[in-house]
Design a binder for this molecule. Structure first.
Ligand code: URA
Ligand code: SF4
Length: 258
């Protein structure tokens, strides 16, 4: 058996041992991409990776880890695609799963997909998304280098705030995304994302983000920096400079850990 075929067989055997009966198309993409960069080192891979937290450094992540993470995310995305756990499944056109770099050190969590996102099936692609992209760039990143997701994955009718039971139903997906990406720092955009990570039920509607931003808290040992939602900043620009302060705070955690 040639070396190349042998590597493919090893990879497939490895994934079968992890419980995958099918592999997403992304697997092939990653495989080919990695081969181009010629750092294939999968022969003999037998130890399943449990989660990103067991992978020490994004920089040193090998192909096995990368493929595993992509496959895990794809599995959750598929679940979200079929999800009818809350009533938002009836109002959505497309579920909107998180997008971005699987090695992202910086993760943004918004509230819920808007009309544009619902139409296109991608997070933050409308006006609020443009503002978010410009913040990301000011922070020194390309949009593709960070990971962007939402608290609920389906568009609420008339752009209303997601209800607490919708947020709770959807939390399972967000929780897994955070675990798999395992960023160095999370920026929550607005109060819904902030309070869900703080585990504050029942108070989502009452508390203003202006009262909570400026402090850093922790979710499963990951620092969380709350800030204003970009859609709010589009309506009221006066707090934009505070978002920049929050961004500076978030950057400290990345610099301290790179
Ligand atoms: N607002 C959000 O919270 N998320 C999006 O994806 C778009 C707008
Ligand atoms: Fe499922 Fe979340 Fe969509 Fe509700 S919002 S249907 S829980 S994916």
């Amino acid at each position: 058996m040639g070396r190349e075929i042998e590597s493919i067989v090893n990879i497939l055997t490895y994934y079968k041992s992890l419980g995958f009966n099918e592999l997403p198309a992304k697997f092939i993409e990653s495989f080919l991409r990695a081969r181009k960069q010629s750092y294939l080192s999968l022969q003999g891979a037998t130890t399943p990776v449990k989660s990103r937290s067991s992978i020490q450094s994004a920089g040193s992540m090998n192909l096995k880890d990368e493929i595993y993470i992509e496959a895990e995310l794809e599995k959750i995305k598929e679940e979200v695609g079929k999800c009818t756990k809350c009533q938002l499944s009836k109002s959505r056109t497309n579920p909107v799963f998180g997008e971005g770099n699987i090695k992202a050190r910086l993760m943004f969590i918004g509230e819920a997909p808007g009309v544009d996102e619902d139409r296109q099936g991608s997070p933050f692609v409308g006006e609020a998304g443009k503002l978010l992209t410009s913040l990301i760039q000011k922070m020194g990143f390309k949009r593709e280098e960070v990971y962007i997701t939402n608290t609920v994955k389906c568009h609420p009718p008339n752009n209303r705030d997601p209800l607490e039971e919708e947020v709770s139903s959807c939390f399972e997906y967000l929780k897994k995304e955070i675990e798999i990406i395992s960023p160095k720092v999370i920026m929550t955009l607005g109060k819904v994302a902030t309070y869900v990570l703080m585990g504050m039920k029942g108070k989502i509607k009452e508390l203003a983000i202006s009262k909570i931003r400026g402090k850093v808290f922790s979710y499963n040992s990951i620092p969380v920096v709350p800030t204003f939602h970009p859609a709010y900043l589009l309506r009221d620009r006066k707090d934009k400079w505070l978002t920049w302060e929050d961004a500076q705070e978030a950057l400290k955690y990345i610099k301290n850990h790179s």
